[in-house]
Ligand binder design. Structure first.
Ligand code: DMJ
Length: 654
């Protein structure tokens, strides 16, 4: 707000008369008069007037900005930042270096004075005259009119801020939208399958409607207590369920719901918050969700929001090695790692699960910086020795050395391997480096981690400094789908073997469900102490609506068309309906071996983005999101393959 509009508040002290006279005539208003003793000459009066008006301006400025002094300080005293080279524009074009002697952008009074021209003096004089004129006018106003002016000025400031935001996003290159093949599919030909698919859509509606009724705009729903649930993974970014569910709503053709979700994103999704977030979670759910929503619907708002958020995540890479921090304050840009992580390390599954989204951010923004950041992660990893060819879960971002030698294809490691394979597939099989890293890693897993129980169940153990822990997490069950998806490109003679590996994992994970009372899988199950595929510790018996087992059924179904995968998926639907569905949505379960449900009262956002989506795809025809055109990020958000013949060269896919 211009300080001038606040001048009347001091009106009685200064008095209109005090500011009248010569100033009213302006600097050029009259010739010099001889000054008598005690009287001022015209120029002296003018100088006094200048000093006085500057003082008043300063006073009002201070009073007006006092409640928000931090902004005043950074905006006024720290404005030298404007002399620093500005950050690169979103389009990634290098900026011209500042010209010697050029003042701050905008040509303000100070800059003009520094330039030292006579014209500048004129401008200063004119500015002050205008300020005085405005002051006099304001003094004539009624208090109500003054308040209205203040309101209008505030509104204008807000509008300007909105305009600047729009302008920033308008910096994105224009991009004609072409919907990738398979964004919509045909109805299943078989009526029984159609009926099952309709049932899954009804489940989505139940989950969505209750979220909308009780937790709209918040991150997740508490379906028993019927209120919002916030997880600290997203800081105070809001709307995780909305963004995570967008593409599921789209492919299920829930048009009204998609529209309301889009409107919420347009009006409310705000990343200008003082929030410490998990870089991984925000990337897979928010960036991934927005990217998919854009590629499916072509709505520009999703592209803009995805790129805006991607830019907010970039400071996470400001570490000596470029391996990003796990946690980032998106306002201050300060990052750190989880306090529990070995030796201050970053986590493999977190920094290794940015690749797909960041390649697409570069593709959609024209700014190579995103892809450069994730390609650098590969470079760091490829320089390191790997124990037995395995990737430990912990890597220190400062020293670039591994932390504790703990290897897992489940939690802390899982989606790193998934993204190596999918990076290769998403690049239309041009990313040879990703391909090699993936198949080498699978080879090391086979040698050191994959084992068969005495009862004939194949499982992936965890490796701790050379010793095996014969335990498999629910999270690890995604690997069945991964092995099958990668079978096609496996080194010679291994295609059948990789499909078989996928099938064996699917069977083991199905057993982990089948051996519980509720037919829902535990968080972790063991192959030691006389048990197979059963959780033995109380704190491993919970099920939180996770998708990984159903995800593997979906891949196995698509790649083999063996009907047992649909059958197993349907068993899961029945169990979810029986034990997890409550009036207010769907809830996780504390102990799947118990006959009575103890609900954890959380409807996880990934239930809508992954579990229900994979179920829906399991009962859809293969033409919906076909694998030759789409890859799913680790939160089940579909991203299109960047086909070579669409002009995506290997170079611009990096
Ligand atoms: C999801 O957020 C993602 O699948 C992630 O990769 C692992 N965990 C959850 C679901 O279980």
């Amino acid at each position: 707000m211009p300080a001038a509009s606040l001048l009347p508040l001091f009106g009685s002290a200064a008095g209109p008369g005090a500011l009248g006279g010569p100033a009213g005539g302006g600097a050029g208003g009259g010739g010099r008069k001889a000054a008598g003793p005690g009287a001022f000459r015209l120029t002296e009066k003018f100088v006094l007037l200048l000093v006085f008006s500057a003082f008043i301006t300063l006073c009002f400025g201070a009073i007006f900005f006092l409640p928000d002094s931090s902004k005043l300080l950074s905006g006024v005293f720290f404005h030298s930042a404007a002399l620093q080279p500005p950050p690169p524009p979103p389009g990634g074009q290098p900026r011209a270096p500042p010209q010697p002697g050029a003042g701050p952008a905008g040509g303000g009074a100070a800059g003009a004075a520094a330039a030292g021209g006579a014209g500048s003096l004129e401008r200063i004089r004119a500015d002050h005259e205008r300020a005085l004129r405005e002051a006099k006018e304001t003094l004539q106003k009624l208090p109500e009119e003054i308040r209205r002016d203040i309101r209008q000025d505030k509104e204008k400031l807000l509008q300007d801020a909105r305009g600047r935001k729009e302008a920033a996003s308008a910096g994105l290159p224009r991009r004609p939208f072409r919907q990738p093949a398979g964004a919509v599919g045909q109805e299943p030909a078989d009526p029984a399958v159609r009926q099952r698919r309709d049932k899954i859509k009804e489940m989505m509606k139940h989950a969505w409607d209750n979220y909308k009724r009780y937790a709209w705009g918040l991150n997740e729903l508490k379906p028993i207590s019927k209120q919002g649930h916030s997880s600290n993974l997203f800081g105070n970014i809001q709307g995780a369920t909305i963004v995570d569910a967008l593409d599921t709503l789209y492919i299920m053709e829930m048009k009204e719901e998609f529209k309301e979700a889009k409107e919420w994103v347009e009006k409310n999704l705000d990343f200008n918050v003082n929030a410490e977030i998990s870089v991984f979670e925000v990337n897979i759910r928010f960036v991934g969700g927005l990217l998919s929503a854009y590629y499916l619907s072509g709505e520009e708002v999703f592209r803009k929001k995805a790129v805006e958020l991607g830019e907010k995540l970039l400071p996470a890479f400001n570490t000596p090695t470029g391996i990003p921090w796990a946690l980032l304050n998106i306002k201050s840009g300060i990052g750190r790692n989880w306090p529990w992580a070995s030796g201050g390390s970053s986590i493999l599954a977190e920094f290794g699960t940015l690749h797909l989204e960041f390649v697409h951010l570069s593709h959609l923004s024209g700014n190579p910086v995103f892809a450069e950041k994730v390609m650098n992660i590969r470079k760091v990893l490829n320089r390191l020795d790997k124990p037995e060819g395995l990737y430990p879960n912990y890597l220190n971002p400062s020293s670039g050395q591994w932390g504790q030698h703990h290897v897992s294809i489940g939690g802390l490691g899982d989606s790193f391997y998934e993204y190596l394979l999918k990076a290769w597939l998403m690049s239309d099989k041009t990313d040879e480096e990703g391909k090699k890293m993936y198949y080498d890693a699978v080879q090391a897993m086979e040698t050191h981690l994959i084992r068969k129980s005495s009862g004939g169940l194949t499982y992936i153990a965890e490796w701790k400094g050379g010793l095996l822990e014969h335990k498999m997490g629910h999270l690890t069950c995604f690997a069945g789908g991964m092995f099958a998806l990668g079978a096609d490109g496996a080194p010679k003679d291994k295609t059948g073997h990789h499909i078989e590996l996928g099938a064996e994992m699917a069977r083991t994970c199905h057993e982990s469900y089948d051996r519980t009372s509720m037919k829902l899988g535990p968080e972790a199950f063991r192959f030691d102490g006389g048990v197979e595929a059963i959780a033995t510790r109380q704190n491993e018996k919970y099920y939180i609506l996770r998708p990984e087992v159903i995800e593997t059924y979906m891949y196995m179904w698509r790649l083999t068309h063996d009907p047992k995968y649909r059958q197993w998926g349907w068993e899961a639907v029945e169990a979810l309906e029986k034990h997890c569905r409550v009036d207010g949505g769907y809830s996780g379960i504390r102990d799947v071996y118990n006959n009575h449900e103890s609900h954890d009262d959380v409807q996880q956002s990934f239930f809508l983005s992954e579990t229900l989506k994979y179920l829906y795809l399991l009962f859809s025809e293969d033409d919906l999101l076909p694998f030759e055109h789409w890859v799913f990020n680790t939160e089940a958000h579909p991203l299109p393959v960047l086909h070579k013949d669409d002009g995506n060269t290997e170079e611009n896919q990096k």
